[in-house]
Design a protein around this ligand. Structure first.
Ligand code: HEC
Length: 114
């Protein structure tokens, strides 16, 4: 009887260790996504027209702040907007994105990250 209980305990323990490891790997993957998104944000010069995290470009008054974006927009909205800004906000002066699906996902992960 005891051994069965012990074994169950071991099984539960290994299952929870496995879940922790999987969770950590998922967290690392999210972190890597955001890091690539941050690089894209810099490369695409989003900073030119926006402020984020205390950094702003010379035309930051044009696009305004992207801080706290997650409270206002979700990933689907941002994706639609980045692909074709004028289709979502007709008066927007923001250029269309030429990024791939994967790159857009990375950029959005970064934008929603804080
Ligand atoms: C030429 C200037 C310019 C550049 C470069 C630019 N934006 Fe914008 N962005 C704007 C303008 C203008 C708006 C619209 C503001 C409005 O009318 O509400 C905007 C709005 C946004 C919004 C919506 C904000 C909201 O809450 O409504 C997001 C998200 C955004 N930009 C992300 C980006 C990203 C990511 C990049 C880089 C790929 C980028 N922008 C590059 C000018 C720019």
């Amino acid at each position: 009887m005891k051994t069965i209980i012990d074994r169950c305990g071991m099984l539960l323990l290994s299952a929870s260790l496995l879940m922790t490891a999987t969770g950590l790997r998922a967290a690392e993957a999210d972190e890597a996504m955001r890091a690539r998104g941050q690089t894209l944000y810099t490369e695409q010069m989003c900073n030119l027209c926006h402020t984020r995290d205390g950094e702003s470009g010379p035309m930051a008054h044009v696009g305004g702040s992207l801080d706290g974006l997650a409270a206002k927009r979700d990933a689907a909205w941002i994706e639609r907007y980045l692909r074709d800004p004028q289709a979502v906000i007709p008066s927007s002066q923001m250029p269309k994105s030429t990024l791939t699906d994967q790159q857009l996902a990375e950029l959005i992960a970064f934008l929603l990250g804080s």
